[in-house]
Structures are given as C-alpha cells and as structure tokens.
Design a protein around this ligand. Sequence first.
Ligand code: NAD
Length: 285
Amino acid sequence: MTIIDGKALSEKILIEIEKEHSELEKKVGRKAGLAVIIVGENSASQIYVRNKIKACERVGFYSETIRLDENITEENLLSEIKKLNNNSNIDGILVQLPLPEHIDELNIVNAISAEKDVDGFHTTNIGKMMIGDESGFLPCTPAGVIQMFEEYNIDLKGKDVLVIGQSNIVGKPMTLLLIKKRATVQVCNSKTKNLSEKLQKADVIVAAAGSPKLIKATDVKEGVVIIDVGINRVDGKLCGDVDFEEVSKKASFITPVPGGVGPMTIAMLIKNTFKSYKQKINKSK
Ligand code: NAD
C-alpha cells in the first residue's frame, strides 16, 4: 500500500513555481498577485484563507486579503470585485465561499473577470473545462486530485471510478476531469441506493461527501485506489470520509487527511495564479 503524499507533492510544485516566478519577476518587474476576499467571520474560512496567503508568501507572490463585514451589500461586494478586476497588479481573485445568505454566490463568482478566476468557478471556465479548452482555469481540488494520479502513475483508462458527492466545486468537475482521462465514472449523492454495493465494485473511489468514516474496509475491494477529499472535524481532530486505518490495509493507494488533497488544492490555486500571470505577460508582448 502506498500513501499518496499530497504535502510532499504540493511542496515540489511550489518549489518549481517559486523558481520560475523569481526569474520571470526579474524580467517583467512585477510579482504575480493574488487577492482574496473574505466576508464575515466563518472560522473554517479564516483558516483556509490564511493557508492560501501563506502559500503565496512562500512562493514570493504579492497577496492582498480584503476583509469585509458579513452585512456588506451585494452591490458593495460587486464594486470591490470590479476594483480588483481593473487592478493590473492582481492576476488572481478569489472570493472565499460560503458567502452570507443574502448574497447570490453565482452573481459574485461570475462578476470576477474569467481571466482572473483562479478558483475556476466562473461559468466561462467551467465551460472551457467541459470542452477541454486549456486556456481556462480548472477548479483547484479536482485538478489537484488529477495531479496526484499523474504523479503516482495511476492509469485511469478503462477503470471503474466512483465519485461520491456531486457539488459544483468538487464532485461535478472531478467527474469531467476523470472522463477526460477515459475512466468510466459513476457519481453518487446522498440519495444513492446501495452505496456499499457500488463501492465494492469500484477500482478507484473519490470520496467528497463530508461524512466521517462513510467508507469502511468492508465496503471496498482489495487493491482499490482511494482519494479522500472530505474534511471533517471529529472530537477536535481532522479526518476524511474514509476510515483510513482500516481501509488502508486493503487499498493499493490512499490519501491521508490531513496531508492529502488539502495541500494539493492550495498548490493548484498557486499554479492557476501563476498561469494567469504568465498569460498576462504573454498578452502584453
Ligand atoms: P457539499 O456539501 O456541497 O456536497 C456534498 C455531496 O456529497 C453532495 O452531493 C451530497 O449529496 C453527497 N453526499 C453526502 N452524504 C452522502 C452519502 N452518505 N452518500 C453519498 N453521497 C453523499 O460538499 P463539497 O463542498 O463538495 O465538499 C465535500 C467534502 O470535501 C467536505 O468535507 C469538504 O470540507 C471537503 N472539501 C475538501 C477540499 C480540500 O481541499 N481537501 C476542498 C473542498 C471540499
């Protein structure tokens, strides 16, 4: 059994970006820049934003955090986004989700210039992903999972893959990227019947339900590949959707939580921001 080390892989990606960025910065005279907008005081969001900014600093990017009151109007939030769209020092804009209920998330995500949408949530980038136009930005979590498969030479062609969860940010884009790798994909949600039966037949399982210990050793077959996207807090400790201790005894590859998909998501955000920076440099030539 091999533990897929997302922390080490993300570190490798960040080191490469740091090096390439420092050379480019000398030539063009400015750093790549990421702006993160956070609305309200959601404690998980605060941690995620802090980690994203830390990664920016780690690779030498410029970063800005814009903290807004949770009662901000949608109109005022839109005007903050407009300023960042027009700011030539900013290559990537990210609005940390979830937003307070009075704000329409889709409106906000689509107000970000598609060319700066480094989360890959803008309708234009989702469309580009759908048809395989590589000029767009891929959503960070599924893109990170694909990088893990590639790094560990896990061939998906013809494999039966079960994706658990069908959200816009994980399950659905994950499915599209797996299809592109020629996998045969089945997608489950909380209404799916006989989940255990489906789990037992899968060669690869991508779990993104947000339900601790949803997947147990008796659910999976010998040699299964397990990607655990879930982040749950149980008794103050982080865990995924998979019973790691037991399932790892049967798996051929498995990601841990923490130290698996989480750091890869951040590395992909940095990668997208760097891609946007390079696209802008090429455009201005
Ligand atoms: P979500 O709540 O939007 O979607 C969860 C999906 O799982 C839904 O489609 C739901 O129907 C399905 N589901 C829930 N229980 C199920 C069950 N028992 N059987 C089958 N399907 C079930 O969540 P999300 O935003 O997609 O996130 C999913 C999980 O991944 C969460 O734990 C989240 O914290 C984590 N996450 C991790 C990262 C990372 O970087 N590691 C990034 C994003 C999300």
